[in-house]
Design a protein around this ligand. Structure first.
Ligand SMILES: Cc1cc2nc3c(=O)[nH]c(=O)nc-3n(C[C@H](O)[C@H](O)[C@H](O)COP(=O)(O)O)c2cc1C
Length: 182
């Protein structure tokens, strides 16, 4: 499918697990945040907040907490110059009602969309990212001083890639999609 700059961007993105120590410019982070802020959400509830941790000592302490013990498999993220905590909040009443009736977790869908907007905007600026679901939720929330009702759903490591991994396998198009039949 030639000719789509967007598809080229999507195809080139990787989960980066080795980072250069160079800091990430705030202008670049701001652009990623803007892409995330503009994401759609169920009932326009916008149930998430992004907290960037790029102050080196704070980040080090946060990573020690978030990636300690059982969670050491994701300690690689501590080498990234910035960590993003993607935090969900309570959303709004309409979204909550929709959630109950449809039995669908719209809040998580919304968080996922916003986070991927962030990740693609980062890739567009030559930055590497890695979504991180494996971290000590409770300790990380405490380290950030999160108020009740808020939860860190995922972390995103951000930085300039030291190495870019090979593509991971994907389902074939036949496995993945169909027109007019399930
Ligand atoms: C919600 C979510 C959570 C993830 N959590 C982790 C994680 O904890 N550690 C990790 O190394 N990669 C994590 N990943 C990255 C996936 O392993 C990666 O996206 C997948 O293997 C495909 O590789 P690619 O992103 O390079 O295309 C996560 C990705 C997503 C979307």
């Amino acid at each position: 499918m030639p000719g789509s700059r967007f598809l080229e961007l999507v195809a080139a993105r990787r989960s980066v697990r080795r980072y250069k120590p160079d800091p990430v410019e705030r202008e670049k982070l701001d652009l990623c945040l803007e892409a995330a802020r503009l994401a759609p959400s169920a009932c326009n509830a916008q149930p998430c907040r992004f907290v960037i941790i790029d102050e080196p000592e704070l980040k080090e302490r946060f990573c020690e907490t978030a990636f300690g013990g059982l969670y050491s498999a994701t300690r690689f993220a501590a080498a990234a110059p910035a960590i993003v905590a993607v935090v969900s909040d309570k959303g709004n009443l309409t979204a909550w009602l929709g959630n109950q009736v449809q039995n669908t977790n719209f809040r998580l869908i919304d968080v996922g969309i916003a986070a991927e907007h962030f990740v693609l905007a980062a890739a567009d600026q030559g930055l590497g990212t890695c979504w991180i679901g494996w971290f000590n939720q409770r300790a990380a929330a405490k380290a950030l001083g999160l108020p009740g009702g808020r939860k860190i759903q995922v972390l995103i490591a951000v930085g300039y890639p030291e190495t870019v991994p090979a593509p991971r396998p994907r389902k074939t198009r036949e496995e993945f999609c169909s027109y007019n039949k399930s």
